[in-house]
Design a protein around this ligand. Sequence first.
Ligand code: ATP
Ligand code: MG
Length: 462
Amino acid sequence: MVQERILVVDDDEGLLRLLTMRLSAMGFDVTTCMTGEEALAVAKREVFDLALTDLRLPDLDGLSVLEELRLIHPDLPVLLLTAHGSIPNAVEAMQKGAFGYLTKPFDDKELKTTLEKALAQQRMSREIQRLKLLVKELYGLENVAARSPKMQALLEQVARVAESDATICISGETGTGKEVIARVIHCNSKRARGPFIAINCGAIPESLFESELFGHVKGAFTSAQSSKRGLFQMAEGGTLFLDEIGEMPLNLQVKLLRAIQEREVMAVGAERPTKVNVRIITSTNKDLSAAVRAGAFREDLYYRIQVFPITVPPLRERRDDIPLLAQHFLQQSARRMHKEMRGILPAAMQKLMLYSWPGNVRELENVIEKVVVLTNQDMITPDLLPTSTESTEGQVKPLTEAKEEFERNYLKEVLQLTGGNISRAAQIAARYRADFYKLLKKHGLHPGDAKEEKDTDSAESA
Ligand SMILES: Nc1ncnc2c1ncn2[C@@H]1O[C@H](COP(=O)(O)OP(=O)(O)OP(=O)(O)O)[C@@H](O)[C@H]1O
Ligand SMILES: [Mg+2]
């Protein structure tokens, strides 16, 4: 662990020596100053985790040192050393932002607990800041892997709507990055400091939905032993992401509509509605307009949430994003698994670009992760990657369609083989000539096509 740094300011040389000894024994890195001016000069040059300063100094008084220090480093916890009987000063110090004070003389234990308290808080606020930065980094517009013109256009759209409070509906196939986009919108909106609450509407049992969303008051139903805030209330000042909105039960859709329209929610068992300040983003991988036609989704709610529709295109329609995404996931997986990975071989990248990705970005992420686990090389090689004919679920065609396709390809092949000679082709296919003709007609094929192909083939190879 890095040593934490403490700045100690006191004009009493004996005390400085004593403190240095004690603090060093506790494992801190100590810097001492005997005047206020000197302390401020040091603080401007170096970073400390905590400052300990006497209230009475020869040049400046401790309070102005405190104020100056906090101007230089707003997050620096400052502890004051006060002589017995200077409590009023200490109160003022606290008002000016001191973390606390120690009354001289203090013992080792007192010093240690006070320091630990201040440093713990300091560590925590640093951690929060770090996480905030990380989230901003992860979901900043510039960090979404998006090179294709389609995604560039989408991000432009996102940048335009993020600022406003417009209700947004994000649609797209499974695994295309709908939630990523929702988070990007939140993180780039004026609500970024507020909460982002996500809920999968398909995952909540219908009986719990209302209380989950709007909360309940104590005694609203038998198991409601205390009141509970709903997700709407939890998202106050931020964004509520209703994932898979198409899965929401019809009877709740009307309540959601009311909440969106009136900007207020009614907790289960409550007498009055409560105002909420929440931005709604929804997502769906279903065709909601079809659901409306089928009577499974309310039309009024549909129009309410579609104020600003955004469609995330499937990965196969934006293949230019594949290299960037693949590199991104490779780095991520390698880091997570503590493996040294150099990159992706061109042949492997080509295979990734050709694959049809029925599971979209999530599937790509899983494939890369699997390869990183399996490989004992530091480059990704093509043999470990799926080939487009290795059918994954979404790629399997309905039987009739598959049969038709097979039949057509088969006919073409036989024709090519025989150079368009119908009698021989029919013979190979074990069909009567007339039947074979019928099949060709059904698929819009002509014996002549094969001849030409064969001719050009042989012409080229000659
Ligand atoms: N543009 C992108 N850049 C980096 N990572 C991405 C991007 N798009 C998607 N991902 C990653 O792909 C995975 C799937 O994304 P996400 O969960 O947002 O998709 P989804 O459309 O909400 O999926 P589902 O329909 O299954 O809910 C996540 O791990 C996400 O981090
Ligand atoms: Mg999702």
